[in-house]
Design a protein around this ligand. Sequence first.
Ligand SMILES: *Cc1c(COP(=O)(O)O)cnc(C)c1O
Length: 375
Amino acid sequence: MNERRIETVAVHAGTRVDPGTGAVTPAIHPSTTFERDADGSYPRGFLYARNSNPNRAALEECLAALEGGEDAAAFASASAATAAILLALEPGNHVVAPMDAYHGTSRLLRETFARWKLDTTFVDMTDAAAARAAIRTNTRLVWVETPSNPLWKVTDIAAIGEIARRAGALYVCDNTTATPVLQAPLELGADLVLHATTKYLGGHGDVLGGAVVTRTRDAVFERIRAIQASGGAVPSPFDCWLVRRGIRTLPYRVRAHSDNALRVATFLHGHPRLEAVHYPGLPTHPAHDVARRQMAAFGGMLSVQVRGDAARAMEVAAKLRVFTRATSFGGTESLVEHRASIEGPGTRTPENLLRLSIGLEHPDDLIDDLDQALA
Ligand SMILES: *Cc1c(COP(=O)(O)O)cnc(C)c1O
């Protein structure tokens, strides 16, 4: 495609009018197997659905185009995509990862991959000196996630990328929260981008999915591709179709989520019943300048710390009427979550913190709802 503007990519990449039927909207292909030619070749590119299938190929082409990468591999969840990246490393390799990585990512590193001799140092990625100090001669992977959950800390992607590059380590950015609409990690030095398509890309809370997008089709990506096919943690054709359908409106949704979140954060900032509001779009955010530099807007996620204890925070969540009490984010409806109780014992999340996924309702209705719940 000649046009690189993200709205056009979101609508067109990987989709074309079906030559057989003229269907404008892509079909769902549930077939697990594909016909070969008489000589045994399969010139249409599909052999068996775990290896590849038309819906997954269309989604992968679209994801690569959105991030400006050369290729992408779609998985059944972001956790499966993360596991594939970690499996592409070798036992004895060292990983530098953020202290506040998505808790599933930390858990994979601590509980599963530690047993397979991947050693991880968890650092505060907003402190470049700390990240640099964590590098060892056997460091092969540096992982960042920004803005990060649930305090929405902002990591300087280019600065940490320079540290990873000097160490000769693979550099991965989890771009789930910002999405390619707001942030372009591959342009800022990342080798791979990770997505939970479960969130904004799917966008409607009706499909689980993950993806790895690569800057270049190199040996590491080929290994991830092989793990995708042989490990088999792949999304169904219908899942791929749903994510691809969600992406069509992604740029418009993400801007609306961001506009609404900024309106809500501005209302909440300085509220007498709150101890803190965490949102990268507020000028008082400690890395607001970094966020302005590397993001087009500040996303739909924010957290508040209620004055009082966990019970008081739960009480506020219970009074909300427009927000639904549930985990996850990136759907059209606003959600509220008492994060510490989801993360369980040992969590670093403050007990008075509520995480808000700002949806696509009218922002004044969200503000009115928060206003009455905090009263
Ligand atoms: C949700 C999420 C994941 C994991 O996604 P799943 O599809 O549930 O495995 C990974 N990273 C981030 C930042 C997330 O928000």
